[in-house]
Structure formats: structure tokens, C-alpha cells
Design a protein around this ligand. Sequence first.
Ligand code: ADP
Ligand code: MG
Length: 249
Amino acid sequence: MYLLKATDVAKTFQTRQGQSVEALAPTNLEIEEGEFLSLIGPSGCGKSTLLRIIAGLIPPSSGKIEWRSESDVKNTNIGFVFQEAVLLPWLNILDNVRFPLDTFGAPRKDSDEKAHEMLALVGLKDFAKALPKELSGGMRQRAAIARALVYRPKIVLMDEPFGALDLLTRDRMNDELLRIRQEVGATIVFVTHSIEEAAYLSDRVAVLSARPGRLRSIHTIDLPKPRSEASKDVPEFFSWLSVLRKELK
Ligand code: ADP
Ligand code: MG
């Protein structure tokens, strides 16, 4: 049963110079409850656009997004993580993570408890009082993930969340993300331009073609779960990399 269904969703932007840019050709996609779905495709093919339409941050030019039920649509049920951790620089890490709860008017004691719980989950327990600028890029991104998860959203939309990190930190964050997801059980839609990352993390990988993006193919990554570093050493993993790389051409 789908959690979310995109039917003929397309987007054309009007630039300030009066040109129109077709960012996304009509796209059909069903997202299953609980799955980890990655979107890959060349830069500028409309991945962020599709994600922002799903989040309700921008409207599609045509087509529609349907949620399984009305109660899934409420924005408290959608978490969003951007490429650069968007934290408020004047708030400490705890207050940044609490922020969505405070905004939605949760009682202070409640939001305190939940924020501390999330910080522990992402391994930032000892940094609650630190300011964002005192953390490394990977730690800031973990704080951003904690904030996106703090109200237990049904679905978390992640737009190249680890794209700005060095490879080692990215690998570590991938494993962290799988672990956190195991604990909270959210549906995840994950945009990346890394084939390795997509194959490693995903239940399914959707490949978009160059702009205007259209859905080229969807692949069910049948590597055993849970995934770990060892998953990357098996021939099947390399076969998937090869399949996905060809799809991107
Ligand atoms: P991706 O995330 O796959 O790199 P985007 O979804 O960001 O691609 O962008 C798709 C295309 O739409 C690009 O050509 C981009 O320049 C254009 N675009 C994105 N946002 C806007 C906007 N607000 N106004 C005009 N053009 C835009
Ligand atoms: Mg993008």
C-alpha cells in the first residue's frame, strides 16, 4: 500500500528574465510505507524539485500528489533535511532540535525530553549546549537529522544530506542513518548523486534522466539487510553499481 502517490507531477519554473525552464517532466511514482527510496540522476535533472513538491514546499505546475490518508499530509508528518545543515546559529544544539516542537506548541517538558532522546540517538548527547559553529560538518548534519526526526514524522525527505561531507564521514553517516532509521522506522526519500550511497542504503532506487527529469527506471536493490560495510564487498553490490551507472548514461 502506498504512503504517497505522485501522478503526472511536472514542474516548469518561470525565471525572472521571463524564460520558462522545464525542470521536471510528468512523473509517476508511488512511495511505499516504510521503504528507503533513493532518487538519483544528473545534476539539474529535477531531484530537489521533486522532493520539494512532495514536501509541499512548492506546488507542481501540473499533476498531483496524493497521500494515503489526510492525516499523513499534515506538515508535522514530514521531516526535511537539506544538503547543508540548516541550523539557527544563535541557538544551541538542544534548542535547534527542540525548535519544531516549540513551533508546534508542544509543552516545554515534552519537547525537552524528546529532543534529549533524539540527541542521544544521533550520538550528540554531550553537545546539547554547544553552538552549531562549534561542531564539525558531520555533527551538524546529525543535529539536523535529529531535528527532522524529533516529531516522529511518517516520512523524511533528505536532499543530498551528506553531499558536503568527506567520504569517510559520509560512510559513517550512512551507517548512522540506517541505524537511526531502524529505531524510528520512518519512510525515507533520499536524493543523492552517489551511486554507491544509493545502492548501499536503499530498498529501491529511482533513476531520473537529464533535464527535464523523467523517471527512467526503478530498481529494487535485493542485497541482504541489514546492510553493513561487508555488503559493499560482495559481487552483487558491484553488479548494482554497474547497472545504475549504465542507467545514468
Ligand atoms: P537537481 O536537484 O536534480 O540538481 P533541481 O531540481 O534543483 O535539480 O533543478 C532542476 C532545474 O530547474 C535546473 O535546471 C534548475 O536550474 C531549475 N530550477 C530549480 N529551481 C528553480 C527556480 N526556483 N527558478 C528557476 N529555475 C529553477
Ligand atoms: Mg538538488
